[in-house]
Design a protein around this ligand. Structure first.
Ligand code: ZN
Ligand code: ZN
Ligand code: ZN
Length: 414
């Protein structure tokens, strides 16, 4: 049975032996070993101990260390150099032995050797275990679904696409869950500005604004900022416009809450089930692929999306008014009509200012043309050809966080 001090003496011996074969290891182990450090500090003062440790640290940096396993492998003698540290430790051990010479229980050299062997055995076991674990981890990883390359700023375009190409990959970095919005009356100056703009952009239509509310959603603001940064980092500065237009968006009343909470919906490529509470009143589903109601029957061209399956915005409120539905899916209600004003980050814009070759030329586009971040379909006014070009301009995005909803306008039509 070893006394505590004898046990410490053995440990110190181990450090001396360890320092002979691997100084770095001895140093690393010792600086973590508070009990031994305290003992040594008591024996020959903390200043001397600090000097000895500094000396060992220096030795570690200056000399190449030969680890025990290396020396066994190459049949070489471990590096045998005497450092101040070693001398100090030996001195400490000596003084310890002198003062405790009457202790019968003092361990012999064999016992020290055995402890030393035990130390290395444990170290080898730990190393073998960690190698085994890292192999197991690697095997496990190879069975895991690869990371999706299309998942950018919390959205993968293929997550609600069932026919044109489903996403089979893993989405790293989840989107936030703390989406929430507040609606407050716009300030008198904002109110005045948007009443005027809205009525002007209605182009003489008999319309009365009843309220302008400000939408605030901190999480959406963050996502919008992240998305614009992601585009800025990917594009050359001269390629993108820093102009962030304020545009109108008309939709079903039942979709408004979801848009103000989670951001604009990017349509899927399948039909909406009439009983679906989210997409039911829409011609196309805006649900994710996991919606139990939307049947996933493909949505096909029906004089609808001229510039692809994206979210559409207009600079004319009269244009967006055509897409305003009430909760019953009717468009002809005269009072309490609601429309959004959103800020857009268009990035690199593909402008289409000619007639399409075919009416459904771009219908199934689920992304902007390669190399672009959004589409601008220029209104051709009286030169527009129905189904091939538009009278009023349209802006189309395919990522929800390129849009930030800012105001909710309620109005009546005569
Ligand atoms: Zn994906
Ligand atoms: Zn649905
Ligand atoms: Zn369509």
């Amino acid at each position: 049975m070893l006394t505590l001090d004898n046990h410490l003496a053995n440990i110190i011996n181990n450090y001396i032996l360890l320092a002979k074969v691997n100084k770095q290891q001895a140093f690393d182990d010792l600086v973590k070993d508070e009990q031994t450090l305290n003992f040594l500090a008591n024996r020959f003062g903390s200043v001397e101990l600090q000097n000895a440790l500094a000396q060992l640290d220096q030795d570690c940096n200056n000399e190449s260390n030969l680890s025990l396993s290396q020396s066994l492998k190459h049949g070489k003698e471990p590096v045998n150099s005497t450092s101040t540290f070693e001398k100090n430790l030996k001195h400490s051990l000596k003084s310890f032995e002198d003062s405790d010479s009457d202790d019968d229980d003092k361990s012999g050299w064999e016992e020290t050797q055995a402890l030393y062997e035990e130390l290395w055995k444990r170290k080898r076991q730990t190393e073998e275990q960690s190698i085994k674990e890292s192999h197991q981890k690697k095997e496990k990883k190879s069975n895991v679904v690869p990371i999706c390359q299309d998942y950018r700023v919390g959205f993968c375009r293929y997550e609600n696409i069932a026919h044109i190409g489903k996403c089979k990959f893993r989405h790293e970095g989840k989107r936030p869950t703390n989406f929430a919005f507040t609606l407050t009356p716009a300030t008198p100056s904002e109110d005045q500005t948007w009443r005027t703009k809205f009525v002007q952009a209605f182009e003489g239509g008999n319309v009365t604004v009843t309220s302008i509310q400000k939408i605030e959603n901190k999480t959406l603001e963050t996502m919008y900022k992240l998305k614009s940064e992601e585009i800025r980092n990917r594009r050359k500065i001269e390629e993108i416009s820093n102009f962030e237009p304020y545009l109108y968006h008309g939709t079903t009343e039942q979709a408004l809450n979801s848009i103000m909470t989670y951001g604009i919906n990017i349509p899927s490529d399948y039909k909406a089930d009439p009983t679906c509470p989210v997409s039911g009143k829409l011609p196309i589903s805006i649900c994710k692929n996991d919606c139990k109601l939307c049947t996933q029957a493909r949505h096909c061209w029906g004089n609808c999306h001229m510039y692809g399956l994206g979210a559409y915005f207009a600079d004319k409120s009269v244009k967006s008014d055509r897409y305003v539905y009430d909760t019953n899916g009717a468009k002809d209600h005269k009072t309490g009509r609601k429309m959004l004003v959103c800020k857009l980050f268009p990035g690199k814009v593909k402008t289409i200012d000619t007639h399409l070759n075919k009416q459904d030329q771009h219908h199934d586009d689920i992304l902007p043309p390669s190399g672009y971040d959004s589409v601008f379909a220029k209104g051709l006014g009286s030169n527009a050809k129905v189904g091939f070009s538009v009278i009023n301009s349209e802006f189309i995005i395919f990522h929800p966080y390129q849009c930030l909803p800012l105001y909710l306008i309620t109005y009546n039509k005569a």
